[in-house]
Every structure is written in C-alpha cells, then in structure tokens.
Design a protein around this ligand. Structure first.
Ligand code: FAD
Length: 343
C-alpha cells in the first residue's frame, strides 16, 4: 500500500500558501484513488496554524519540523528538515508544491533518500494501480505522461495546475521531528527582503488577464514619430485599472535592456514565450506584438486569446488568437482605459 506524503513549508505567519494547498488537493485525490495512507508534513518557524487549517484533510499522521532555524529558505536547514520528514513518514510518493523554496532543495533531498524526483508536474493520476504524472517538455511543446517504479517518488507540482484543497479547519497536534542544526548549517542567513512596491509589481500570477505588450509600442507610428511616454501611460493606466498581469515579447524586453527608448517597467521576467515564461491566466490580450511562434508558444496555458495589431496578416490572424482586432492599439487602449472605472 502506498504512503502519500504531502510536504510543505509554512509561510511567515505559519499558514500555508495557495501552491501548498493545491499540492494538498492533489495528494488527497491521489490517496483516495490509491486507497493509501496520507501523511502531512510541515516545516517552518511554526507549523501549528497550518496543521490546524488542514486538520480535516484525511491525513492519518501530521509531522512537523518547527523552529526559528527553519523560518527562512536556506538549503542546509530546509534539506535536513525535508530529509527527516521523508524518513519519518516512510513515504512511497511525496507531493510538494514547486515553490522556489522547495524546488531548491527537493532534488538533493531525494538523492539523500535514494528516490527519484520529477519537477514541473502538471497532473497526477492513478489508473489500474499505477501512478501517472504529466509534464511538459521542450518549452511546453510536448506533453508527456510518465510512470516510475523507483520509490520514494518525489513530485513537485507546478502552481496553478490543481485546485486548492478546501475543508474545515480543526485542531491537531503534529508529531515534532527533531532535526539537529549545527553551526555550519547556519552559515547562510537571510538579512531581509527587497521587493518592488505593490504598484510596481507587474507580474501577477493570480490575475484573470494577461496583458502583453510588444515592440510595436516603441515603433514609429502613422505620424512618423515614436510615442513611448504615451505608451507607458496607457499601459500603466490599464494595469492599474484592470489589475492584469504584464507580459512582453522578447523584442520589447531586449529594447528595454539595451536602454533604447523603451518601457521602463519591463524586464526579462515579463517575457512570455519559448525562452520566456508560460504563464497561466483565463484570458490574454496581446497589443503591438506580431504573434510569432516563439512568442505564442508561451500562450499555451492562456484560455481565451485576443490581440490588437495594425497588420491583418500578423501571426495572431493565423490561428494564434480567438479574436484579432485590426486596429491601432494606442487608440483602442485609450478608449478601454476611459471606459474602465478610475482606480
Ligand atoms: C530561438 C528563439 C527563441 C525566441 N523566444 C522568444 C520568446 O520567448 N518570446 C518572444 O516574444 N519572442 C521570442 N523570439 C523572438 C520572436 O520570434 C519575435 O522576434 C518576437 O516575438 C517579436 O516581438 P514583437 O512581436 O513584439 O515585435 P515585432 O515583430 O517588431 O512586431 C511588432 C508588431 O507591432 C505592430 N504594431 C505597431 N504599431 C502598432 C499599433 N499602433 N497598434 C497595433 N499594432 C501595432 C506591428 O504591426 C507588428 O506586428 C524567439 C526567437 C528565437 C529565434
């Protein structure tokens, strides 16, 4: 019989983030399908709020590694905590969210326990007794289903791929697992966090809409002039009002990098496409972007796609978008902003 381990780090306040609840949703579902044993394991400064929140998830054991040494992401202590939790649970399958914190340590932890690991998992299913996971390869062009016989099998589930676990909270006292922390494990310390102010944070994974800007915003327009400051105002205004996430084409972020007259709030992190990101949003609106294959391959997980382009023969018109508005994006976005309520 399989023992499914749901493994998660807690957030600063001791609760679980959305990606962790999604991983728990997948673990609960798999456990039901396999009729196995579910174990929940938590690590962080404190684990009690998280344990109480998921008290009714159906786990037969709750394990925790807790203490100030485990408050921040640090390879040595995180890996030691995860290793101890895996060994204590005697898990055959481990499901954890692919957050940056867990992604950093899980390959090493798996090596320590003699298991195998798969990253960027998007679905986990059990059919006729065997477990199959799904993931994408070659920049999201090939989708593969795979099974493995080696155990423990550690699965890092990509955020946004499963619905989060929902259930009533309760009260549970986790078994505390002691992890000795030596001085050398404390060599790395987190001194603080530097993050952009909320209104400059343009990448919003939970947004309903992905708004993509292409290089056309910086090109000469019908009056023979460029209108970059106007483009900036239109885009920033739209982002404020719509709370959309901002994506970009490669050409536009590269112009910004070369310090040409380009949009100041754009960075390589915004790039969508073959060499960029593959975000997940229900809707997408592309503006002043040609819609070439290396870019649109990054739209793999965007539900409804619309584009605004002056060129009726652009890539979006060739089966890449559901709706193409052949129009001037400056004019369209000006009108859209006027229609949206003030922020
Ligand atoms: C190996 C490889 C990997 C790549 N990876 C990526 C990637 O990850 N992401 C990516 O984006 N690209 C990638 N590319 C590059 C990609 O092929 C394109 O060069 C790039 O996406 C073009 O960007 P763009 O559409 O913004 O610019 P352009 O091709 O310059 O298109 C600008 C568009 O703006 C339109 N326009 C101009 N003014 C207006 C206006 N007023 N209103 C409406 N429309 C207007 C024009 O009609 C034009 O279609 C890759 C290429 C290679 C070879």
């Amino acid at each position: 019989m399989d023992t499914i381990l749901f493994l998660a780090h807690t957030e600063e306040d001791g609760t679980l983030g959305k990606p962790a609840l999604e991983a728990l949703g997948a673990a609960v579902e798999l456990n039901q399908a396999l009729k196995g044993t579910l174990v929940a394991a938590l690590y962080g400064a404190t684990a009690q709020p998280a344990a109480d929140a998921i008290a009714n998830c159906g786990a037969s054991r709750f394990l925790a590694v807790a203490g100030e040494d485990f408050a921040s992401a640090r390879y040595a202590t995180d890996a030691a905590a995860c290793e101890a939790l895996l060994r204590a649970a005697q898990a055959t399958i481990v499901i954890t969210a692919a957050t940056s914190r867990s992604s950093r340590v899980m390959a090493g932890v798996t090596r320590r326990v003699g298991g195998c690991v798969d990253t960027h998992v998007t679905a986990i299913a059990a059919g006729s007794g065997s477990v199959t996971v799904t993931r994408w390869f070659y920049r999201q062009r090939i989708e593969a289903s795979l099974t493995r016989t080696q155990r423990p099998w550690v699965l890092l589930l990509d955020p946004g791929a499963h619905s989060p676990w929902q259930g009533a909270s309760g009260s549970v006292t986790p078994e505390l697992i002691a992890v000795p922390v030596t001085e050398s494990m404390r060599r790395t310390t987190v001194r603080g966090m530097i993050t952009p102010p909320a209104d400059q944070q343009t990448i919003r994974p939970d947004a309903k809409l992905l708004f993509v800007a292409g290089a056309g915003w910086t090109k000469k327009q019908k009056d023979g002039q460029t209108h970059v400051p106007e483009a900036e105002t239109l885009i920033v205004d739209f982002l404020h009002k719509s709370k959309a996430s901002l994506g970009s084409s490669k050409s536009l972020v590269e112009l910004t990098g070369e310090n040409q007259s380009a949009l100041r709030f754009m960075s390589h992190l915004n790039q969508v496409g073959q060499t960029g990101a593959t975000p997940r949003h229900p809707k997408g609106l592309s503006t002043c972007c040609h819609g070439e294959e290396p870019h649109t391959v990054g739209w793999r997980f965007i539900g409804e796609r619309r584009a605004i382009n002056l060129d009726p023969n652009c890539g979006w018109a060739r089966g890449k978008a559901d709706v193409l508005y052949v129009a001037d994006a400056f004019e369209v976005m000006g009108k859209v902003n006027a229609l949206l309520l003030p922020s």
